[in-house]
Design a protein around this ligand. Structure first.
Ligand SMILES: NC(=O)c1ccc[n+]([C@@H]2O[C@H](COP(=O)([O-])OP(=O)(O)OC[C@H]3O[C@@H](n4cnc5c(N)ncnc54)[C@H](OP(=O)(O)O)[C@@H]3O)[C@@H](O)[C@H]2O)c1
Length: 267
């Protein structure tokens, strides 16, 4: 199976190198194309560099790792070369299948990976249009297994799904950055040590909950004795954090709606 990647930016580069590192795909089956060709110099050792049209004509799965404003133009450049059996995969959540089908009527999927793919722990979201076959689903999900777990969602849930797995590393990092800064104001422990202590505790708490199937309430109950010190802190969190959390989703979902509207107009 030949895998083509158009766009060698943050996402295209990550996918190409992770597919190669998996050891499951031969160099001759990995094809890549980018607008600025000089950026592909480093990719020569793991993939074949082709024009977009040659890549489209040779690939069974074509990943479009492009910003929304570039997607329509690139599809128009390659659509006559794509084999009827090939699956076109957009990495952008804002461009709908309806928009893509205005310029390409073939089999299409959307994929949203997470930054945690860097350590093989992406929870990659996928959704398929009505043209995709069971074989397409198996092939794409099998391939994405190289970077972690695969979660299939209906198209209308890709937005919130993206908030939960693709944006969440940013949300988590910013929340704990705030917490570490507050901690620093009250201690002489150096910042890098604070960060390490908090990150290891965060990661271990997540693993504990997943492995022991513990709920958030259970963890809070086990640590925060009523009237005790932890309880003082968890009460502040449950009192003050909901308004920040609600605002976060209101803002991101509105931004997502506006981005989708703009992407729709570009088609
Ligand atoms: N970053 C994330 O965490 C993340 C997560 C999930 C999904 N996504 C989605 O993935 C998509 C790509 O994001 P990104 O962060 O990888 O973007 P990026 O770093 O800006 O990369 C875009 C790439 O597309 C190339 N390109 C643009 N027009 C082209 C054309 N006509 N022909 C060939 N190549 C072209 C650019 O080439 P040049 O080298 O010439 O600029 C660049 O290498 C976006 O739609 C984004 O929403 C991103």
């Amino acid at each position: 199976m030949k895998i083509g990647i158009i766009g060698y930016g943050s996402m295209g580069r990550m996918l190409l190198w992770k597919f190669s590192e998996s050891g499951k795909i031969e160099r001759s089956d990995l094809l890549v194309s980018n607008r600025t060709e000089s950026k592909l110099e480093e990719a020569k050792e793991i993939a074949t560099i082709l024009s977009k049209q040659d890549l489209a004509g040779s690939s069974d799965i074509i990943f479009l790792c492009l910003r929304p404003s570039d997607i329509k133009g690139v599809i128009e450049e390659i659509r006559d070369f794509i084999s009827p059996d090939a699956l076109l995969v957009s990495l952008n959540g804002s461009v709908s299948f309806d928009s893509i089908h205005k310029v390409f009527p073939g089999k299409t999927a959307k994929v949203i990976p997470s930054l945690t793919a860097e350590i093989g722990r992406s929870q990659t979201l996928v959704c398929f249009d009505q043209n995709a076959t069971e074989e397409d689903k198996e092939n794409l999900s099998g391939l994405l297994g190289c970077i972690g777990e695969v979660i299939e969602l209906p198209e209308n849930e890709m937005g919130m799904g993206s908030e939960l797995v693709s944006c969440m590393p940013g949300f988590i990092a910013s929340i704990f950055d705030v917490i570490c800064n507050s901690a620093q104001a009250h201690t002489s422990i150096p910042k890098d040590q604070i960060v390490k202590m908090v990150l290891n505790t965060m990661s271990a708490t997540g693993d504990l909950m997943l492995q022991k199937e513990m709920s958030f309430e259970e963890v809070v109950r086990r640590v925060a004795t009523p009237g005790g010190i932890t309880c003082e802190g968890t009460e502040v969190v449950y009192e003050d954090l909901p308004k920040t959390s609600d605002l976060l989703f209101e803002k991101t979902l509105e931004k997502r709606r506006l981005t989708a509207e703009r992407a729709e107009k570009s088609f």
